[in-house]
Design a protein around this ligand. Structure first.
Ligand SMILES: *[C@@H]1O[C@H](CO)[C@@H](O)[C@H](O)[C@H]1NC(C)=O
Ligand SMILES: *[C@@H]1O[C@H](CO)[C@@H](O)[C@H](O)[C@H]1NC(C)=O
Length: 312
């Protein structure tokens, strides 16, 4: 039976737990209010704490990734671990760099926006003169770009070395806010024209280059640009070939060339070789681009068609 003693005990317990509950809800309301009042809490934290202290990216805590004094010298021999750049993808525009990069970014822990261009800049502060990449880096994720704020872009210019620029990009860009454990894939077709200089600036990072036959490349360009000047197209093709050759002479082991004609004929074979070169395991399921699109959807990137549909 439920006696009066029990009732009293029950009442005092209710008061006790009610008070705790009340305090807890006031506390959570206070927290919620604080979060809502700050304009952009993450940016606030990043701006205040860089370059020392702890970072919050997405839901995970992250140690300050870059100590310029220590890591800029390291990046001169091991750029990959200092910068977080896992691979670079280059090649003439419309030579297949996009599809190659989407296949590469289908692998877990690899991600990058549409194009980057940081390595075209001889020094971090020169990035202000690298067009259109300086402009593009603040474009939004809906355009598949990095979505930095103009202040964040200015901070990149203040970096001590290129590796620090990438480290800032990783911290600032919403692309990695959702995937804080992802390494950076820098796909920038235009790197091809000065690939040797780009590779000088990124020691140890493997480079995947896509190529088409001259006819296919010229046909793609002609289709893309209205009434293109054939002489200038031929010149551009020549420059790309020279850039690749200089890089191959200097860094033969760091470059893997993908022939896009062969990629289209037998994508599994071509990508098996690319993945092998990068030390990864190709999965034929990646051809659906589902794995890439899942990440893109989280970030806010436009969805891309499955590979088959893209070129049939
Ligand atoms: C960049 O460095 C300059 C010179 O030290 C400084 O005045 C400026 O505030 C810095 N910009 C940012 C965004 O940190
Ligand atoms: C790519 O492969 C095709 C088919 O095997 C070949 O005809 C072409 O010469 C290759 N192109 C380049 C640039 O290697």
């Amino acid at each position: 039976m439920f006696g009066s003693k029990d009732l009293r005990r029950f009442r005092s317990r209710s008061v006790f737990f009610g008070a705790i509950l009340g305090l807890a809800s006031i506390w959570s309301f206070y927290n919620l209010l604080q979060v809502t009042l700050q304009t952009n809490p993450l940016d606030q934290i990043l701006l205040e704490r860089y370059p020392t202290g702890k970072w919050i990216t997405g839901n995970s805590f992250r140690e300050n990734v870059f100590d310029a004094k220590r890591e800029c010298p390291v990046s001169r021999s091991d750029f990959r671990s200092a910068s977080g750049v896992f691979a670079i993808i280059a090649g003439c525009e419309n030579s297949g760099t996009t599809v190659t990069s989407e296949f590469i970014m289908s692998a877990p822990y690899l991600l990058g926006a549409f194009e980057c261009g940081i390595l075209l800049s001889p020094t971090p502060s020169d990035f202000v003169n690298v067009h259109p990449f300086y402009e593009w880096i603040t474009d939004g994720v809906e355009k598949n770009q990095w979505a930095l704020s103009t202040i964040q872009r200015e901070r990149l210019l203040n970096a001590t070395c290129h590796a620090e620029m990438y480290s800032m990009l990783h911290i600032f860009s919403p692309v990695y806010r959702h995937f804080p454990d992802s390494l950076i894939v820098d796909k920038t077709p235009g790197y091809i024209y000065e690939l040797d200089a780009v590779m000088d600036r990124s020691p140890g990072v493997p480079v995947v280059v896509s190529v088409k036959s001259d006819e296919d490349q010229l046909r793609s360009w002609t289709k893309r640009y209205k009434k293109p000047d054939q002489t200038s197209l031929l010149e551009r093709l020549q420059k790309a070939k020279q850039g690749l050759q200089r890089a191959l002479d200097k860094y033969p082991g760091r470059i893997h060339v993908v022939n896009t004609t062969e990629l289209y004929k037998d994508p599994n074979k071509a990508m098996d070789q690319v993945y092998d070169f990068l030390g990864l395991q190709w999965n034929p399921e990646f051809l659906s681009l589902k794995h890439f699109n899942i990440k893109g959807k989280t970030v806010g990137f436009p969805q891309v068609q499955p590979f088959d549909a893209e070129w049939q």
